[in-house]
Design a protein around this ligand. Structure first.
Ligand code: NAP
Length: 158
């Protein structure tokens, strides 16, 4: 399954100055427990922001630029199609972990979304999710995390 996982503010912000505009340990814990043992796919900007491979997961970085430096344990791919093909050979979920450009590229092939709502408005954010990204999805579960966060699971209906 291909699963989008994202944390968004009340005004749909997800990033500012190349970083997450908040720090919530509860969401980082949720992200770790959910993605461990699976594959994670990130765009090159998010890769630069994280700066190192995340342990116990297959880390895949997307870039059209052959010179984008990655750690030797990281798989670098150059198209969505390569990720989709690879996902058919993995007995694991593939989590699309961002950022905005990467979510947009994968929008049509994402089967499920896991969305953490962060209870703040972010001033001067520079990276957002589109307001309609869940239009073809329906919520099937929600769970409270610490720090006033809620995670909702959505499955595709369209
Ligand atoms: N709140 C959250 O849950 C969350 C999650 C992740 C990231 N973020 C934030 O989002 C921001 C970064 O997002 P962003 O939209 O600027 O960048 P991004 O999606 O991380 O990276 C974009 C780059 O990824 C590569 N790429 C994307 N799709 C591709 C495709 N189909 N084929 C080949 N390469 C592809 C391209 O790299 P090249 O230019 O190298 O070709 C593209 O320029 C940061 O602020 C980060 O902290 C937030």
């Amino acid at each position: 399954m291909i699963i989008g996982i994202v944390a968004i503010s009340k005004n749909y912000a997800i990033g500012k100055d190349g970083k997450l505009p908040w720090h919530y340990s509860a969401d980082l814990r949720f992200f770790k427990e959910t993605t461990t043992g699976n594959a994670i796919v990130m765009g090159s900007n998010t890769w630069r922001s994280i700066g190192k491979p995340l342990p116990d997961r297959l880390n895949i970085v997307l870039s059209r630029n052959g010179d984008t430096p990655v750690h030797r344990s990281v798989m670098k791919l150059s198209s969505k199609e390569e990720v989709v093909d690879l996902s058919k050979y993995l007995n694991r979920d593939v989590f699309i972990i961002g950022g905005a450009k990467t979510y947009a590229e994968f929008a049509e092939v994402i089967d499920q979304w896991l969305v953490t709502t962060v209870p703040v408005e972010i001033e001067n954010a520079d990276t957002f999710m589109p307001n309609d990204f869940l239009n073809e999805f329906v919520e099937i579960e929600s769970r409270q995390l610490d720090d006033g966060l809620t995670v909702r699971k959505y499955i595709r209906i369209g």
